[in-house]
Design a binder for this molecule. Structure first.
Ligand code: ADP
Ligand code: MG
Length: 138
């Protein structure tokens, strides 16, 4: 069993596709082990995306991530990290495979509906950024 962090980003909440995204995880056999809606401050978004702080899009990305509420989730399952990344598709929705979350629902490379951890170490950091042990079931 592996755990990963998923976020329905503010564009996904604005577009009313929270359920659409969550239903794809459930259909793929991933379990929702924790879930809540939050509205990050700019500083909280900067802390979450600290690995990208040297990137040219960091300011814009953290403005976007703090622009409205998002839904943060812990997904559990076999190969949950990889499975979630496959369901999301490539970062740029135009490059993502048809049938993926980003290809089906996202508008552009920045506002791309979903986040998913990319490795066990980042998953551990990202889960602990939003959840304590009592908030995670299973
Ligand atoms: P992923 O979310 O697929 O793991 P990255 O970790 O590379 O992608 O980037 C983090 C987030 O930063 C992306 O999901 C997207 O919202 C944003 N992003 C990535 N590359 C760009 C870019 N070239 N321009 C604008 N935003 C970007
Ligand atoms: Mg990433």
């Amino acid at each position: 069993m592996e755990s990963t962090l998923s976020i329905v980003k503010p564009d996904g909440v604005r577009k009313n596709v929270i359920g659409n995204v969550v239903s794809r995880f459930e259909a793929a056999g991933l379990k929702i082990a924790a879930m809540k809606m939050i509205h990050m401050t700019k500083g909280e978004a900067e802390g979450f995306y600290a690995v990208h702080k040297e990137r040219p899009f960091f300011g814009s990305l953290t403005d976007f991530m703090s622009s409205g509420p998002c839904v943060v989730m812990v997904l559990k399952g076999e190969n949950a990290i990889k499975k979630n990344r496959e369901l999301m598709g490539a970062t740029d929705p135009a490059q993502a495979e048809p049938g993926t979350i980003r290809r089906d629902l996202a508008d552009n490379k920045e506002e791309n509906i979903a986040h998913g951890s990319d490795a066990p170490e980042t998953a551990a950091f990202e889960i602990s950024y939003f959840f304590n042990a009592f908030e995670i079931v299973g």
